[in-house]
Ligand binder design. Structure first.
Ligand code: RB5
Length: 144
């Protein structure tokens, strides 16, 4: 499994922790920054991660900022990106099963590292269920 990751300064420490966690599990990681806790703008990291998922360079994206909202909004500007802001494992599983989310977004300042790991595990072990959810997911990007 190949995953692009990114965060602003508020998500930096959690990103580093999750990068190591996923690499230890055998995931291939492309890290688009931030590379320190120096103040940075979340769209600068959302866009390269989203692009990497859009172009199928990676299978999924994993992004985080303080609340998760800003970086999630930026990622969802990309066609074909379904970024889901998840703060517990159940929401993360359902984001894959029902919404076919291809980017997992975390609120780094609002969850613990242990919670983040459980959310990441739930997201990457769930599959899209298809069926009745397919038409709904298709309607997301048909809106204009
Ligand atoms: C940074 O202070 C913070 O605003 C950012 O990480 C995020 O929470 C925005 O949505």
């Amino acid at each position: 499994m190949k995953v692009a990751i990114g965060s602003d300064h508020a998500g930096f420490l959690l990103k580093e922790r999750l990068k190591t966690y996923l690499q230890d599990k055998g995931f291939k990681i492309i890290d688009f920054g931030a590379y320190s806790e120096e103040r940075a703008d979340y769209p600068d990291f959302a866009h390269p991660v989203a692009k990497s998922v859009e172009t199928k360079e990676v299978d999924f994206g994993l992004i985080m900022c303080g609340t998760g909202n800003g970086i999630n909004m930026a990622a969802n500007k990309h066609k074909g990106i379904r970024a889901a802001l998840c703060w517990n494992p159940e929401i993360a599983s359902l984001a894959r099963q029902h919404n076919d989310a291809n980017v997992l977004t975390l609120p780094a300042r609002c969850i613990t590292e242990e919670e983040a790991i459980k959310i990441v595990d739930a997201f990457f072990s769930a599959d899209f269920e298809g069926g009745r959810h397919t038409e709904r997911v298709n309607k997301i990007s048909n809106f204009s």
